[in-house]
Write a protein that binds this ligand. Structure first.
Ligand code: S3P
Length: 437
């Protein structure tokens, strides 16, 4: 059991590079493994989630060297080259791994089982198994539609035209990966834009996709050609420091080489609407993904009604955005975000409980939250093993009058393994304790 103790911390400063993008790192391993030739990855996130993805491809016979300081070499086996694993595949805490892999493995010539930790075992999988069944896949879940999953590979799958009932990049990506193994055309229509790293990376691997408005289609049976991938720093990890520097007094932080794909920058748009001073410097394109250095300065924030169309574009950043709202003048209202209830934890309930524990008026609603900005006190917060809850409350120390204790923080290592060191380096009075669970 790891817990964090954070004492009031006056300022945040420095030039920081946060680890590689989690979404891009997962996809680099998956597509590199089924490509033809050797894919080189730089800036790979060495977090538990992406390492889980890497290990399952090794278990399916893919030779992968590294990671060594973010460098990974993947000797692709081609679309039909994966081997049956000797044991069930363990995906830990990682929803992205299990959902994308379900699509990729539904059309293999062998059977596999996938399972995860207590949090992953509660997460809904019917959103992927139902459309995959329409493609002809044979997948078993628990009665509740949760992992473990048993997949009996079906060859070939059949392409479908699928309007997504929820705006989810994981479901979209799952179906596109299954579509690689399907006869005919697979089309996915999104109700609202979600992160498009799969589409960009498939194009980079030389696989033809057709995009028109909210629809993306591909034909099965093609080939992926190995490539070199430079993974930018993860905006979702940078977001903790962006909000930290915004809410702290007399602070300035420069975050280097951060991915600013427009399907991810909802957090920046929301913070700017609240009054944050954030500028992109040195904007460039790295291997098909836009990247910038992000300069952030202290600002006084005001509450807003968060525009609903920004919700899917900021879906992982609400824990830290709620901290920003707690430090803002007036009321912030979030609606249309019921998806937050099925993330690594129920992020609406867990954040509302945590904010109340540190003296903030935060009212959970079925699909969001109403937060009245105020003075953060000290208190004890339960993170429920959710990495982003733990990191969000760490940044609250920049405005709290007393010490905040955060319980159950081990999963910070799933997405941001050096968070404690970087936070300390930037000025947070953070101490980590380990005890027997
Ligand atoms: C991800 C998509 C998002 C996000 C998750 C990573 C991805 O999930 O919350 O952390 O890499 O595709 P949904 O698409 O289910 O919202």
């Amino acid at each position: 059991m790891i817990s964090f103790t954070v004492h009031p911390s006056p300022q945040l400063h420095g030039t920081l590079r946060v680890p590689g993008d989690k979404s891009i790192s997962h996809r680099a391993i998956m597509l590199g493994a089924i490509a033809e030739g050797t894919t080189q990855v730089h800036g790979f996130l060495e977090g538990e989630d992406t390492l889980a993805t890497l290990a399952v491809f090794q278990a399916m016979g893919v030779a992968i060297e590294g990671p060594r300081q973010g460098q990974v070499t993947i000797h692709g086996v081609g679309l039909q080259g994966l081997k049956p694993p000797a044991a069930p595949l363990y995906l830990g805490n990682s929803g992205t791994s299990i959902r994308l892999l379900t699509g990729l493995l539904a059309g293999q010539s062998f059977a596999v089982e996938m399972h995860g930790d207590a949090s992953l075992s509660r997460r809904p999988m019917r959103r992927v198994t139902a459309p995959l069944a329409q493609m002809g896949a044979c997948i078993q879940t628990t009665e509740a539609g949760t992992p473990p999953l048993k997949i009996i590979g079906t060859q070939p799958l059949m392409g479908i035209h699928y309007p997504l009932p929820v705006a989810s990049a994981q479901v979209k990506s799952c179906l596109l990966l299954a579509g690689l193994y399907a006869k005919g055309t697979t089309c996915v229509v999104e109700p609202a834009p979600t992160r498009d790293h799969t589409e960009r990376m498939l194009t980079g691997f030389g696989y033809s996709i057709q995009q028109e408005g909210q629809q993306v289609c591909l034909q099965g049976g093609g080939k992926l050609r190995a490539m070199t991938i430079d993974v930018p720093a993860d905006l979702s990890s940078a977001a903790f420091f962006i909000v930290g520097a915004t809410i702290a007094n007399n602070s300035q932080v420069l975050l280097q080489h951060v991915g600013i794909n427009p399907t991810r920058t909802g957090v920046i748009d929301i913070l700017r609407l609240m009054g944050a001073k954030i500028t992109f410097q040195n904007q460039r394109d790295i291997g098909g993904e836009p990247v910038a250095d992000i300069l952030v300065q202290s600002s006084s924030l005001h509450g807003i009604e968060i525009p609903r169309e920004l919700v899917p574009l900021a879906i992982d950043e609400f824990p830290i955005l709620f901290i920003a709202a707690a430090c803002a003048k007036g009321k912030t209202v979030l609606t249309g975000a019921e998806e937050l209830r099925v993330k690594e934890s129920d992020r609406i309930q867990v954040m509302a409980d945590g904010l109340q524990a540190v003296g903030i008026d935060a009212q959970p609603t079925p699909d969001g939250m109403i937060i009245h900005g105020g003075q953060l006190a000290g208190g004890t917060v339960k993170s429920h093993g959710d990495h982003r809850i733990a990191m969000a409350f760490t940044m609250a120390a920049l405005r709290a009058t007393d010490t905040i204790m955060i319980e159950d923080c081990a999963n910070v290592a799933t997405s941001f393994p050096n968070f404690v060191q970087l936070a300390q380096q930037a000025g947070i009075n953070l101490y980590q304790q380990e005890s027997k669970a």
